[in-house]
Design a protein. Structure first.
Length: 169
């Protein structure tokens, strides 16, 4: 694969700080709340090793605007394009996550059943954990079988905040 630019910016909104990255095709990474730039740099190095990281807030503006609208409770779905980087199985899981309605939750078993792989609950969990575009692909809406908050790349505090934001909206 030829080297391609990956544009990045830091979204700062109220007490939220998230690194965003996008290719010419769309959003490819949303960082964890409060994490350093190294999180996005490491992800790009692993998934697109020949790419160049270029800071460009203007290119990331449409993505940042929709995310800010979501964080303000003004947006319940996203129209921005995404550039998913994952296996076919991971992409099928991420697409199933996008079908979870705003303000609702599902279990890992629900997602496994949705993609017609009911025995693949652990693999579904791994795919959810590998989701590079948190929030826009709403992995925070997936709970454990007993309704408990479970693993989330951004941390359980971030997951809890996102779920609470959706409850209030």
């Amino acid at each position: 694969m030829n080297a391609q630019p990956v544009y990045w910016s830091l979204l700062k909104h109220k007490d939220w700080q998230l690194y965003l990255a996008a290719t010419e095709k769309g959003l490819c990474f949303v960082g964890s709340q409060g994490q350093a730039f190294e999180e996005v740099a490491a992800w790009v190095e692993k998934r697109m090793p020949k790419s160049r990281l270029i800071e460009d807030a203007e290119k990331l503006r449409p993505y940042a605007e929709e995310l800010i609208q979501y964080l303000e409770g003004e947006r319940t779905s996203f129209t921005i394009p995404s550039d998913y980087r994952g296996t076919e199985f991971q992409r099928s899981v991420w697409e199933a996550l996008c079908e979870i309605p705003f303000g609702e939750t599902r279990t890992y078993s629900d997602i496994a059943a949705k993609i017609n792989r009911p025995a693949a609950v652990r693999a579904v969990g791994a795919a959810i954990g590998a989701n590079p575009v948190m929030i826009t692909v709403p992995c925070h809406r997936v709970l454990g079988k007993n309704g408990a908050l479970t693993g989330f790349r951004g941390g359980l505090e971030m997951k809890s905040r996102l779920l609470e934001l959706e409850r209030k909206a």
